[in-house]
Design a protein around this ligand. Sequence first.
Ligand SMILES: Cc1cc2nc3c(=O)[nH]c(=O)nc-3n(C[C@H](O)[C@H](O)[C@H](O)COP(=O)(O)OP(=O)(O)OC[C@H]3O[C@@H](n4cnc5c(N)ncnc54)[C@H](O)[C@@H]3O)c2cc1C
Length: 474
Amino acid sequence: MLPFDRLRSVENFGHSIRTPGYVFRPTHVEQIAELLNFARRQGIRMALRGAGRSYGDPHMASGHIVLDLIRMNRVLDYDPTQGVITVEPGVTIQRLWEYTLEDGWWPAVVPGTMFPTVGGCLAANVHGKNNWRAGTFGDHVTQLTALLPNGEEVTLTPDDSDFKALVSSMGTLGIITRATLQLHRVHSGDLLVKAFATPDLGTTLRELDEAKETWDYLVAWVDSTAQGRQLGRSQIHLARYLEPGEDPAPGRTLSRQHQVLPETILFVPKSVLWMFMRPFMNNLGLWATNTAKFWASRTLGHHKVYRQPHVAFNFLLDYVPNWERAYGPGGLIQYQCFVPKERAESTFAALLETTQRFRLPTFLGVIKRHRPDDYLFTHALDGFSFAMDFKVTARNRRRLLELATTLDRMVLDAGGRFYFAKDATLVPQHAAAYLGQEALKRFFAIKAHWDPDEVLQPDLYRRVLRPLKNKVKV
Ligand SMILES: Cc1cc2nc3c(=O)[nH]c(=O)nc-3n(C[C@H](O)[C@H](O)[C@H](O)COP(=O)(O)OP(=O)(O)OC[C@H]3O[C@@H](n4cnc5c(N)ncnc54)[C@H](O)[C@@H]3O)c2cc1C
């Protein structure tokens, strides 16, 4: 029924989930409409895919169609005086800043890597390290157009009630085909950064909280191997935009050349660096690197203030291309939770202790400060997020799932939430517990209208949302 030569192995970002899918890569809206028609008639389901940078399965549809939108990557309109840009969904964050930074415009919200697409960022409603100050990606969109599986096309602005459902719906309601973004005015290609180390979790959270009104960006890199009184010790990076006049040569710092990441690190070409990292991806290597990183920041980088290009600060992980391959053939998953500020310290401490007790310590731990928003599938709240990367092997897969379910219960007990862009392990009842009946009711009501034949059924939808359909009264 589907052409065999379209069959590919489709992977998540962490290479820990692989499924076969029939991949189509349209360049025009008309081709999407045709495929939607075809899928509807044939009863085939479909997942949408941007750059495939999600950690779980929202961009996969095992044995069915994967609509890869990466070739729909045209800039349709740009006003360099106002910083307003209209793009197709396959335009990446990298292309966006490369296009606009020279004019003094930077995307108001960016995730921790520059490779995701605008479509993917809207579907997940991504946040940056400036979530407290700047909100989410969707907050900076003035208009978007989507093709719906029922054949209709909708153009929505933030005033439309369905805008905040489509944004955050993880490709389950409609296909975003164009978006207009308001960019953020910057007066320099550099940020002012302050780096320092904290001795424990309580101090880490307090420092982030106290910095939230004065610094634009806040992030803590957690030493996840520290225990006892040092549990949760971290390296904190705070950053703020420069004011007009603070940068004596903005023409230079706003240039692409100033932003691009170096080709070599310690004389090693960055393209092969991940191979050098692989031997350290075990519990001993993890302890050694985390401890070394912490003491380097405690001594060399303590209370250091310096200027750093936007790209280097925001996309630190992009310094090492394919770093995720260092995790080995089983790949990695990420577990990210969001916990109200009052419960964050005790909950994060318990999470860290639990990962250590399971002997499945996290390889990379990141804490950020968030503010709540009212998107339908919002992940944010007035509190902190904790993202933890775990190595997956054939032997630990089952225990990892057990660990994730245990952590889920602790997060839910604390009134916390989860994030579909990072999720690979949630079970339906835990998703229902954090999303709530009202959000699910509204979601299935919109789905029934926009996608009555359930064409848009990524694996995430099958795993987590669809099982809840009959439990929710629409
Ligand atoms: C190293 C790294 C760091 C990250 N840091 C952050 C971070 O700091 N903050 C954060 O919020 N996220 C972060 N992420 C997650 C990432 O930003 C999101 O998963 C994002 O959605 C990926 O976009 P993508 O283009 O790769 O989309 P994909 O991963 O391919 O797809 C994501 C979702 O978007 C849907 N989709 C794609 N295109 C469209 C479209 N045109 N219309 C409708 N739906 C569509 C897909 O169906 C899917 O549900 C990070 C990811 C990585 C790998």
